[in-house]
Design a protein around this ligand. Sequence first.
Ligand code: CIZ
Length: 293
Amino acid sequence: LMTEGASCTASAWARVPVALSATDKSALKERIRRLLKERGAVLVAHYYVDADLQDLAEETGGCVSDSLEMARFGRDHAAQTLVVSGVRFMGETAKILTPSKRVLMPTLEATCSLDVGCPVDLFSAFCDQHPDRTVVVYANTSAAVKARADWLVTSSCALDIVRALKDKGHKILWAPDRHLGGYIQRETGADMVFWNGACIVHDEFKAFELAALKKEHPKAKVLVHPESPADVVRLADAVGSTSAILKAARELDAQEFIVATDNGMMHMLRQQNPGKVFIEAPTAGNSATCKSC
Ligand code: CIZ
């Protein structure tokens, strides 16, 4: 849908100039609006994607949300075609929830480092080494890895599910994010073994630099996604999923926030909280912008 005509391949998509002029951008947006309407499609976008795509999804009656809500929205919407603006596992999740609908993605080359770092054959062998453990996997995995698991969780419900399993005496095998797994283990005390994966963006947040930034902004509250390293999580005023971070920003009594999650989230944080200031938490690299997301 988004690569109609001559530019129908992912490599062609990759050649689209990054910095469009305002006129070109508005023509492209208009074309997307028209095509969505003509083809009875709805655009669902993740909080992490480009601000323009988030705006387009909202303006055209689609949604901007986390991966599970994207899939639920697509399932419940009248449209028979879902255009998923996000990484590959998000399109797969939408298809799993609504197999009868057509799911399109701008490019299948937009992958998630957690998903790519957990190939199903190796993961399956890891599970086979721990037959006594209940397998719990995070949403950021392929459909094949999900199929090998006993439970599938998002960062919004992971704590509750693992706590309930622990209370029933289960030992857990967790994949793929070792930081999120470690956070769940610390919070629940569950017996867990981990797949050794990490999100390339969240893994980059640095505690030493974050502590220094906190000193420069003593009134700022720190919001951290639990895919971040433990020493970064320890500095947080609120830890949680994308939806939990948005909720904390709306409800915490502060005007200034330091945010440790993908930079795409800044758009929704600023939209929902006019007047509040959001500062990116420091990373080892240039910024917390996942090129794939
Ligand atoms: O499930 C999602 O959408 C992701 C990737 C993160 C989150 O915290 O919502």
